[in-house]
Design a protein around this ligand. Structure first.
Ligand code: SAH
Length: 365
């Protein structure tokens, strides 16, 4: 409840800010709601798990992180076993994914001794969780607010459900061109959506192939693209790979994908600032183009189902369940379904691999 009280102060501060300076962009609204130092969503709580607001893949089953760990060790071997190299995770949540990666890949002492571990996380509360979760690992990590402070050098990076948490701006097609969707106040002082002329100086680089119709919404994320370029630059300079897992669309398309989730349900975006998770679909096409600008390669997009099944999800589930009681076996089967089922995460979530060689690593094309 402490989070709720703190974040209700956020609604008041947002109203003051808008009264003083005028309406704010959707990106600024997302940024304040998620990352405000005192009352931002990620700063005030642990949102994960059945008791939280949403469940992510590593929290469903250890198999997710273990398969990624084995994949990371394989690409390290195939990229000439750089020593040392930076193992980086963006937005590590509770630290579960990294703990499972380190356990699975750490069986190879050569890999383990080459790792320099970096976690990019802005929430002090989640950093504490991550430190606790990783405390039994022989590796000591360093924590960063942004990727910029991770030293240069060969890098293998993972990001699961990180990029959907980065703010997007929204352009709306009107008769006279583009307007920007903003958050303002109505006569009673409630937060409402509005439009303002789109600034000429900021323009989405990526337009869908089809011409826009009046009312179409185009999302773009300067912050996400800047981060994509930074990852691309690092891989171009020193070699390595990045594995980006998120929900989103394969081609730049029109559509308003900003959504708020609290207690496992979608809620109105402006209803309770700071108390709901705010996300937007990742435009993987725009993301991949930004990376390629730095001279690296991007794989074809895979669904999470194809990716995990290619890495041996069913075999891993079989081994994990072997000799266990029926209830445990059923919960493993249930986890497989949640991670890879076409109606669950399997098709909604996509996986993109960034790499520095002509041929992408297995199982990408
Ligand atoms: N990868 C985790 C958590 C995903 S939620 C999992 O799969 O369970 C998003 C994570 O990114 C949280 O840890 C959040 O605190 C962090 N985060 C959000 N915005 C961030 C930013 N701009 N910089 C660094 N970390 C951020």
């Amino acid at each position: 409840m402490a989070g709720r009280v703190a974040a209700s102060g956020l609604a008041e501060r947002l109203r003051d800010l808008i009264r003083e300076n005028g309406p704010i962009s959707i990106a600024d609204y997302m940024q304040i709601c998620l990352a405000d130092d005192r009352a931002g969503y990620y700063k005030t709580r642990d949102p994960f798990g059945e008791k939280g607001d949403f469940v992510t893949a590593p929290e469903i089953s250890q198999m997710f992180g273990e398969l990624i760990g084995v994949w990371l060790r394989m690409v390290w071997q195939e990229t000439g076993r750089p020593r040392p190299f930076h193992l980086v995770e963006l937005g590590p949540g509770r630290g579960t994914l990294m703990a499972d990666i380190l356990r699975a890949a750490g069986g190879d002492a050569h890999w383990q001794s080459a790792v320099q571990l970096h976690l990019v996380e802005t929430s002090p509360r989640l950093r504490a969780h991550q430190k606790e979760r990783l405390s039994s690992s022989p590796l000591s990590g360093s924590w960063h607010d942004t990727l910029d402070t991770v030293p240069d050098g060969p890098v293998h990076l993972v990001a699961n459900e990180f990029f959907d948490a980065l703010p997007v701006r929204q352009w709306v097609r009107v008769r006279a061109g583009w307007s920007e969707r903003v958050v303002g106040l109505d006569a009673q002082g409630h937060l409402v959506f509005g439009l303002r002329p789109a600034p000429q100086s900021v323009c989405p680089d990526d337009l869908p192939r089809d011409p826009p119709a009046v009312g179409d919404v185009l999302e773009f994320s300067p912050v996400r693209n800047a981060c994509a370029r930074e990852i691309g630059r690092r891989i171009a300079d020193a070699g390595g790979t990045a594995l980006i897992i998120d929900y989103g669309h394969p081609r730049t398309a029109y559509g308003d994908t900003v959504q708020a989730v609290a207690d496992h349900r979608t809620v109105p975006v402006l209803q309770d600032p700071g108390n709901a998770d705010l996300t937007a679909h990742v435009d993987f096409d725009a993301f991949a183009r930004a990376c390629r600008q730095e001279g690296i390669h991007t794989s074809a997009l895979m669904t999470q189902a194809d990716f995990l099944l290619s890495l041996g999800l069913l075999e891993r589930a079989g081994r994990l369940g072997h000799g266990k009681d029926q209830e445990t076996q059923r919960s493993i089967e249930d986890a497989v379904e949640r991670l890879a089922g076409p109606d669950q995460m399997g098709h909604l979530f996509k996986v993109l691999c960034l790499h520095d060689r002509d041929v992408p690593p297995f199982p990408f094309r």
